[in-house]
Design a protein around this ligand. Sequence first.
Ligand code: AMP
Ligand code: MG
Length: 543
Amino acid sequence: MQQQASDLPADLRSPVDGPETGAADLSTREFDDSFVRALPGDAQERNFVRQVPGASYSRVAPTPVAAPRLLAWSDACAELLNVARPRNDTDPVVEILSGNRVLPTMQPYAARYGGHQFGNWAGQLGDGRAITLGELCSQGESWELQLKGAGRTPYSRTADGRAVLRSSVREFLCSEAMYFLGVPTTRALSLVGTGDVVVRDMFYDGDPRPEAGAIVCRVAPSFVRFGNFEIHASRGEHAALQRLADYVIGKHFPALGTPSPEVYGRWFEEICRRTAVMIAHWMRVGFVHGVMNTDNMSILGLTIDYGPYGWLEGYDPSWTPNTTDLPGRRYAYGQQPQVAAWNLARLANALSALIQDVGVLEHGLEVYAETFTSSWRRMLAEKLGLASLDRAGDDALVGDLFEVLQQTETDMTLFFRRLALASAENVEPLRQAFYAGDALNEAHRSQLVAWLARYAARAQQDGLTVAQRTASMNRANPKYVLRNYLAQQAIDAANAGDSSLIERLLRVLKTPYDEQTEHSDLAQRRPEWARNKAGCSALSCSS
Ligand code: AMP
Ligand code: MG
């Protein structure tokens, strides 16, 4: 799991200069602009939609909004940056977080990237509504602050550059929830309501409606994607490609050393390794990204761009939350490991101008496959409370479990969380996980009992006590995830002016492996009313 700033002893944290909280006012901080300095920028300064050959970014300022209001704030992310929560909505910090104020040391820009979308090369995409303000150094680390929904850029194509509250609540909450689950991810500092209306046709059915606009301040060491490299490679912009690679290696992979053909190869291997670990975590917690286009794949192996993502409720490898993906189910839960490999192959292709030896690129892709397999195996063992899955019969035990899980609609999160409490003699603790509840049929029940008996016998071989096993399982199997319908309830309340559910979810999802019994209502199966409700089980890319 990642270390939090709060885990560090006070004397290791950077000096503080704020008032009571010890954190500094964001509006007094100095920003760096290494991305802008290091890379080729767009010579055109006017902000209009266009192709931008040769450039890695375009300088563009956020478009001001009418009436910014701070709707949510992540204390944990603020601690990382050592910044203080704004006192009220007239605080200059809220102006910064809404794009209404740009500090003198900020050089805001939109990055240029391309991407493969749903398997096809889509050409230039770029930050159509995300604008990076700058880089903030805190505790020896550099953090890019980026406003999503900050207005039009040269990459907005036909869209408005804005984001709705609905999708912004989802991105804000999920970024932080994933971090606390131990999944590599970009972070979110703030959620600001803009006071402006945004019109969206949510289900692309000819029914556009006004919705509240919002802006999330996203935070990550870098938001560079596979697509930033792909666009340079696809246009034959070799010098820009190399500058971008050298910059990313120098700033984010310094341990690899001075860039050289050999270093590029090791860098690609490291990207493959990190991507594999990220995907294994997604599989562990039941997360489905929903739009794994190469423009949504982070070069740092972080979960990035929370759009129509979802959490598995009933275990079903073919489930996708994204209505746009329904025909092919390309980005369904069970497809994610293969799709990441396909995306890495697209990146390999883009980097082939820097890494001429095809064998080196192939080796990276093998490292992806090996790392995914070993990480997922280790995580599965942890989910089952077993020391390893290396004994004879273990593969069959796991394979049969996933079959049992699919025989009747079984909530993945609840099943694994409660597995340690059940036995062949007593399946009752698992009942909460079954969507059919009491109507469980006999055939399924006897299969489940038979599996539990095998599992108990296998667990005994490791010689762990039930208490030891439960403790380790509870570290791998969260009790609380951002269930789709909970996010929707938080959105509905926020749209009605009440952000208390956002706050409560943020608080509870901070320790998702703890029992927190007083919050058990947030760890229940999806209620029936949410089964087919828009936003709860089906999401479009409209955001
Ligand atoms: P996504 O599917 O959200 O990852 O977005 C794909 C591309 O569309 C990216 O280049 C986005 O910046 C762009 N995009 C999405 N929504 C908007 C919007 N409302 N305005 C401008 N660009 C957008
Ligand atoms: Mg995107």
